[in-house]
Design a protein around this ligand. Structure first.
Ligand SMILES: [Zn+2]
Length: 107
């Protein structure tokens, strides 16, 4: 199923709540009875969804697309290997601290 073919109203209704690092979404096929949980990482990226679609394939599911579209939560970085726990390299700041602030307006 392509999420692009779903009406926007349905996508909006999919999202139930967002609490901390857990986002609750409704099932697309059985929204009245089934909900799934999307968890996010410390960085705020989506990490996992409990729906069978994601559990079976490991790919991005339609719930993640809905959450991304309406909550602005980033998709998880694609990790083809089995583990991503060792890929969190420290990010070096490239921001220069010596650049003086430029005035926005000149009178
Ligand atoms: Zn899902």
């Amino acid at each position: 199923m392509l999420v692009e073919n779903l009406p926007v109203e349905q996508l909006e209704n999919v999202i139930v709540s967002q609490t901390g690092q857990q986002i609750t979404v409704r099932s697309f096929t059985n929204p009245d009875e089934v909900t799934y949980n999307i968890t996010t990482t410390d960085d705020g990226d989506m990490q996992n969804c409990t729906c069978p679609d994601h559990q079976n394939s490991g790919t991005l599911c339609k719930h993640m697309f809905a959450v991304n579209q309406f909550l602005g939560v980033p998709f998880p970085p694609f990790t083809p290997s089995h583990s991503s726990s060792s890929s969190n390299l420290p990010v070096t700041s490239e921001r220069s601290t010596t650049t003086p602030l430029q005035p926005l307006f000149e009178k």
